[in-house]
Ligand binder design. Structure first.
Ligand SMILES: *Cc1c(COP(=O)(O)O)cnc(C)c1O
Length: 230
């Protein structure tokens, strides 16, 4: 298992998926999902050209960012896991883009904490696209309301949507979910006359399908780093 080779393979797959759908592969961000991975592997991925890293847990992410920010000066750190309201203040301090806004209470808290730092916080709204009990994300039927609420927040900058569809062995089964998320984004853009640049969707086993359906950020863990350590 070689991180550099893994990344080259992923780039080739991205290139093909982008060509197939008439898109520019350079516009697609590879976000290395680095949860549970040691800093040594994150450094290897950086040396192989990765600049975006996604952590799931605020505390684990903070620790790694503190360890790595001088070594990896061009790294962008995103929060991709669900966020508890009482950790919003740390999330705002450490992460450039938060992928998991899913409720009004969290929008209030992120806005307040960003304001205190004099920061405009970039966020994506996470949609529970498969309406699964166990997953984070706003229910599709409540998305418009949350969006309308959140775009009024002075210190939040809503850049798009994120989803984690149900897991299927057959990646083609993820396609309708990715397509739905794109349609939801387009619908919001039309309804609110805004432009939303990002769709964060697709993981190790289905990112090519996600790209064909419009993903701008693919979150890839095991295909870069190998199996996660526990
Ligand atoms: C772990 C994780 C990923 C990456 O999963 P892989 O299947 O290892 O690529 C992507 N997104 C989120 C939110 C994750 O928690």
């Amino acid at each position: 298992m070689n991180i550099r080779e893994n990344i080259e393979k992923i780039k080739n797959i991205i290139k093909k998926a982008a060509e197939k759908s008439g898109r520019n592969p350079d516009e697609i961000i590879i976000l290395a999902a680095s949860k549970t991975q040691p800093v040594e592997k994150i450094i290897q991925a950086y040396e192989a050209g990765i600049r975006y890293f996604g952590e799931n847990r605020v505390q684990e992410g903070m620790k790694k960012i503190d360890q790595l920010k001088e070594k990896l000066p061009e790294a962008h750190w995103h929060l991709i896991g669900g966020l508890q309201t009482n950790k919003a203040k740390y999330a705002v301090r450490y992460f450039e883009l938060i992928h998991s806004l899913d409720r009004k209470e969290l929008a209030d808290e992120l806005d307040k904490r960003a304001g205190k730092l004099g920061k405009k916080q970039d966020v994506l709204i996470e949609v529970n696209i498969g309406e699964e009990e166990t997953k984070y994300g706003v229910k599709p039927e409540n998305l418009k309301e949350l969006f309308e609420y959140s775009i009024r927040k002075e210190n939040l900058n809503i850049l798009g949507l994120m989803c984690i569809p149900p897991y299927f062995e057959d990646k083609e089964k993820s396609r309708p979910y990715f397509r739905q998320l794109r349609e939801m984004k387009e619908d919001l853009e039309k309804t609110f006359s805004v432009s939303l640049p990002h769709l964060s969707m697709g993981m190790s086993h289905d990112f090519d399908v996600a790209i064909e359906e419009g993903a701008t950020i693919v979150r890839i863990g095991t295909a870069i780093f190998g199996e996660r350590q526990v």
